[in-house]
Design a protein around this ligand. Structure first.
Ligand code: ZN
Length: 134
């Protein structure tokens, strides 16, 4: 498998909140791996896909001012490490708030939003971003 398709596969899972659960030890993780990070057994054929609830907590955050061209229209935006209720930590945008509203421990949940727009083709991709729990 090429590097590009691996990255795309991970991106696809990330934006759809699809993770994996080891059928040996029950650990949920993300992104997909060949070896379970907990019990270190081969996961091939021994993991099931799960859809995460989208509930989580901010463990780290940063304000991004400089982004790849496809994300330029969104700067500055808040990028956070979010620990999902199921355990895995993912990187995602937090939207609909001021940067000052986000702190370590802030509870968030996933919402389905536009991820980016290709400037030339006009193609819009959708996926999950996070908002602060009200
Ligand atoms: Zn395991």
């Amino acid at each position: 498998m090429t590097e590009l398709s691996r990255i795309w596969r991970e991106t696809e899972y990330r934006y759809n909140l699809i993770g994996f659960k080891c059928m040996n030890c029950g650990t949920s993780y993300f992104p997909p791996r060949d070896i379970c990070p907990k019990c270190h057994r081969e996961s091939i054929g021994k993991m099931e896909k799960i859809k995460f609830s989208g509930d989580g907590e901010v463990i780290s955050h940063t304000l991004v001012h400089d982004a790849a061209p496809a994300f330029k229209r969104q700067v500055p935006y808040i990028l956070a490490l979010i620990k999902l209720k199921e355990g895995p930590v993912i990187t995602a945008q937090i939207v609909d708030c001021d940067p000052g509203d986000v702190d370590i421990g802030t509870k968030v949940h996933a919402v389905f939003r536009k991820i980016r727009q290709d400037g030339d083709s006009g193609i819009i991709e959708y996926g999950y971003k996070f908002v602060i729990n009200s």
